[in-house]
Design a binder for this molecule. Sequence first.
Ligand SMILES: *[C@@H]1O[C@H](CO)[C@@H](O)[C@H](O)[C@H]1NC(C)=O
Ligand SMILES: *[C@@H]1O[C@H](CO)[C@@H](O)[C@H](O)[C@H]1NC(C)=O
Ligand SMILES: *[C@@H]1O[C@H](CO)[C@@H](O)[C@H](O)[C@H]1NC(C)=O
Ligand SMILES: *[C@@H]1O[C@H](CO)[C@@H](O)[C@H](O)[C@H]1NC(C)=O
Ligand SMILES: *[C@@H]1O[C@H](CO)[C@@H](O)[C@H](O)[C@H]1NC(C)=O
Ligand SMILES: *[C@@H]1O[C@H](CO)[C@@H](O)[C@H](O)[C@H]1NC(C)=O
Ligand SMILES: *[C@@H]1O[C@H](CO)[C@@H](O)[C@H](O)[C@H]1NC(C)=O
Ligand SMILES: *[C@@H]1O[C@H](CO)[C@@H](O)[C@H](O)[C@H]1NC(C)=O
Ligand SMILES: *[C@@H]1O[C@H](CO)[C@@H](O)[C@H](O)[C@H]1NC(C)=O
Length: 506
Amino acid sequence: MYLPFKLFKFIFCTLLLINSILCIDPSKRYFHNSVIINAKLLILGGATNTTDYEFGLFYLDLSKPFDNYNLTWTLIEDKGLPVYTWRSTSVLTLDNSTIYLIGGFMINKNTLEYDYSNLVYTYDYSTSKWSTPVLDGDKVLPRQDIKGVIDNSGIIYIFGGFNATNLTSFYGKIYNDMKTLNTVSDTWTTLSISGNLPLPCDEYTADILPNGTIVYIGGVEQVSYGANFTLVNMNKIKLFDTYKHEWSQMNATGDEISSRLYFSSVLTPDGYIIIFGGISYSSGAINIVGVSPKLAALDTNKNPFVWTTKSEIKLFDTYKHEWSQMNATGDEISSRLYFSSVLTPDGYIIIFGGISYSSGAINIVGVSPKLAALDTNKNPFVWTTKSEVGAPPSIYGHTANLYNDYMIITFGRELDTNNFASQVYFYNIKSDRWVTTFSPHDDKPKPTRPTPSATTTSSPEKQKSLAIGLGIGIGALLLISCIFIAIFIVHRIRRSSIIETPGNIR
Ligand SMILES: *[C@@H]1O[C@H](CO)[C@@H](O)[C@H](O)[C@H]1NC(C)=O
Ligand SMILES: *[C@@H]1O[C@H](CO)[C@@H](O)[C@H](O)[C@H]1NC(C)=O
Ligand SMILES: *[C@@H]1O[C@H](CO)[C@@H](O)[C@H](O)[C@H]1NC(C)=O
Ligand SMILES: *[C@@H]1O[C@H](CO)[C@@H](O)[C@H](O)[C@H]1NC(C)=O
Ligand SMILES: *[C@@H]1O[C@H](CO)[C@@H](O)[C@H](O)[C@H]1NC(C)=O
Ligand SMILES: *[C@@H]1O[C@H](CO)[C@@H](O)[C@H](O)[C@H]1NC(C)=O
Ligand SMILES: *[C@@H]1O[C@H](CO)[C@@H](O)[C@H](O)[C@H]1NC(C)=O
Ligand SMILES: *[C@@H]1O[C@H](CO)[C@@H](O)[C@H](O)[C@H]1NC(C)=O
Ligand SMILES: *[C@@H]1O[C@H](CO)[C@@H](O)[C@H](O)[C@H]1NC(C)=O
């Protein structure tokens, strides 16, 4: 975040404090949970770094428009989490009254030691109160890397997951059982299911369709105890029928989507599951690599389901639901894979990086230019070479929530730099665009600016004028940039020592 804005926010928050609302600048994090209640995006837990534990419960108010460089987080005072938790799951009851926080790594608030004495905590939204429900039924053991979903009778379904048995090496085991938590009777049940059992699996995404079928995508599987973990093919969709308690599998078709873990998903009202981000690995979890495409949609209205890549150069008419292709003109842009792209509010698609190969994928070569912009306002589209980065990074361990036409991405960790990602990104699903301005009702892209990198340039400009308004000299700004650059370099140097990989996670 830029300093002038921090200063602005400090003043803004100080003013708010007088009205006893507590603004905070939360630590960046990953492996957290996020839930939307009453137009408030609440953030629960997450790993910040290895030594600092944060218990704060805070939210972003989605009832008003704002820019993603000007986020006002509000702390729910004295109502911090009862445990420090990450790689857990949180499920909101259907009446929007209670959050169930289930599993994950749990650290006791007082002793700061691992504490699995309670695996479920509930937060009552109207009274702002945490409780430890007394649960009947089957005994349940610690689980991490799970995703719970709730059906319309108030039953939470939790599939498989990981249990780290050695909390030094984080070695453990993954499971393929299906457990349910009935939020009406507060009872755990381990379903006895015969036939079609999936392989033990974790780090998947789960979404429940209106007909009660849960769709599990991606993650990692283990053929047998002690065997290596393998990434789940993204076309191999696991379906669980919550009425019949039956598993089935479906082979999705469509565009190729690389396998991934630690990604996010949202289900749109018209039956598309939109996934974003995540990581992949090669050579037995030793090399962490990015995913391609970062953003994709699974159409569950088709049988079998169909994957489509989004925000990339094929054209998809969201009104007619029709694909088309166009031959762009302009500068020559070499073919590439594993690159990133972003569509700016003023209609430029900016692509960055990637690799290319020759001789049947044997020689990996660089791409030229690294950064380019495709002007979608022209017909046909026109490529121009760009010299600035405007794309959201490759991130993992983030969360996604659906709110009106937006998929809201919170926090996460950047793959390329190993830094923690910016706090929030907005993807406007209807217009298939990443935007920097959130508006709860007006979902149209903001008025255009003539520069292609509007995403990145608009904020520093505003901040600069703000800085002058606040009386900060350009010299100070330069000095601060130097400090930031220095910090960035330090981060990069430390990269190899602080990266957390699926290999050392378990
Ligand atoms: C860890 O987080 C704290 C704040 O919670 C921050 O001050 C510190 O610099 C962070 N350390 C690293 C290595 O990121
Ligand atoms: C930041 O957001 C607050 C409220 O959300 C608003 O009052 C303020 O004008 C915004 N500041 C800038 C620089 O956009
Ligand atoms: C719960 O919140 C969602 C929006 O987040 C809303 O669509 C739904 O109607 C709410 N349910 C109740 C019972 O208030
Ligand atoms: C799960 O892990 C915990 C330690 O984190 C251990 O005490 C427990 O026995 C494990 N459960 C199983 C079934 O392995
Ligand atoms: C847990 O892992 C650590 C580090 O790899 C190892 O030294 C230790 O012996 C392991 N503990 C058990 C009980 O296996
Ligand atoms: C999915 O494809 C695999 C081969 O890749 C095949 O063995 C399996 O029967 C298919 N499943 C369905 C449900 O079509
Ligand atoms: C697991 O992966 C490693 C590294 O690729 C390999 O050496 C080893 O043989 C594999 N083990 C099994 C059981 O497949
Ligand atoms: C539920 O809907 C999905 C998507 O339309 C479909 O594939 C699935 O078969 C349905 N399940 C049942 C039990 O009808
Ligand atoms: C694009 O170019 C290819 C050949 O390079 C041609 O076959 C195709 O018809 C063109 N498509 C359009 C929409 O002009």
